[in-house]
Design a protein around this ligand. Structure first.
Ligand code: HEM
Length: 260
């Protein structure tokens, strides 16, 4: 049989994957399921692209890194905008099927956590929300233990004469990336002398800001939908989520902005 649009995209399988649990059916549960599935697909693509950025950084491919950062930045903007769609869900409508979610929660999104870990935003304690022994858990553990985009960024900067202090070189890669003044001095010099580096740093900052925007929009979505209720994953809900709001992925790029 000739390949078709549908067989290439495996639409038969894909379109069977939306199964509301409410009975009688609650109209909006379909929106809830599809929105989350779409986000998981975006996470999958983002991880694919971040892996490329890591190898571009290591191999000192500046223009490829620029092109891919432009892509992940643009996907991030779409991810932020898409929150609008779920915000058409009213608190009343959500509460009509929320019980059916039981303890299922975004906490358990292994791809979201992979996304954070791959970037350098590592929170090893978040592994406790994953089921040990599953392929998703093993993958997450691998992401925790391997160098992040920030670590590969250091490799890239070193190839452009930036001093990467020994303590950063020898750092425990399972810990979150932290700002470092020596690295910042080097970034500042490149910012001021090399226009192509400036483009890269600005795209990285766009992406970082975009991720913080996503966190903000998610919190507001949660607040308007469940208010001060606890999350299905057992956290305090909004109060818990606020803790990671405004935490940057690339702290060095934010720390230098008053120095121009
Ligand atoms: C009505 C819509 C939504 C509500 C009420 C909601 C609620 C919550 C709450 C309360 C938490 C805190 C953890 C917990 O105790 O469960 C959480 C975490 C999370 N949610 Fe949502 N959420 C919604 C939509 C979404 C969407 C569309 C996504 C897209 C992937 C998402 C992804 C996540 C992720 C990844 C976390 C973990 C965040 C972190 O650890 O920093 N949520 N959500």
């Amino acid at each position: 049989m000739d390949l078709t649009y549908s067989t290439y995209l495996k639409l038969d399988q894909l379109l069977k994957l939306q199964e509301p649990r409410s009975s009688p059916p609650e109209h909006d549960e379909t929106l809830f399921i599809i929105s989350h599935q779409v986000y998981e697909l975006w996470f999958k693509l983002q991880l694919h692209e971040l892996d490329r950025i890591k190898s571009d950084f290591q191999a000192n491919r500046l223009y490829d890194a620029i092109a891919t950062f432009k892509r992940v930045r643009t996907i991030m903007k779409v991810m932020v905008e898409q929150v609008d769609i779920l915000e058409t869900l009213t608190p009343m409508s959500f509460s009509s099927f929320r019980d059916r979610l039981e303890h299922a929660s975004g906490f358990q999104s292994s791809q979201f956590r992979e996304f954070e870990f791959t970037l350098g935003f590592k929170r090893a304690d978040m592994l406790r929300y994953q089921q040990a022994g599953t392929p998703a858990y093993d993958m997450l553990l691998r992401r925790l233990r391997e160098p992040s985009v920030v670590d590969c960024f250091y490799d890239f900067l070193a190839q452009h004469g930036v001093t990467i202090p020994a303590e950063l070189r020898a750092r425990d890669v399972t810990l979150p990336a932290v700002a470092n003044e020596t690295v910042e001095e080097g970034i500042l010099r490149l910012y001021k002398t090399q226009p192509d580096m400036q483009i890269l740093f600005e795209l990285m900052t766009d992406f970082d800001e975009g991720f913080q925007e996503w966190r903000y929009r998610h919190i507001k979505l949660v607040e308007r939908t469940i208010g001060s209720k606890h999350g299905t994953g057992g956290s305090l809900g909004v109060e818990f989520l606020k803790k990671s709001l405004f935490l940057p992925v690339f702290p060095d790029l934010w720390a230098i902005r008053h120095q121009f």
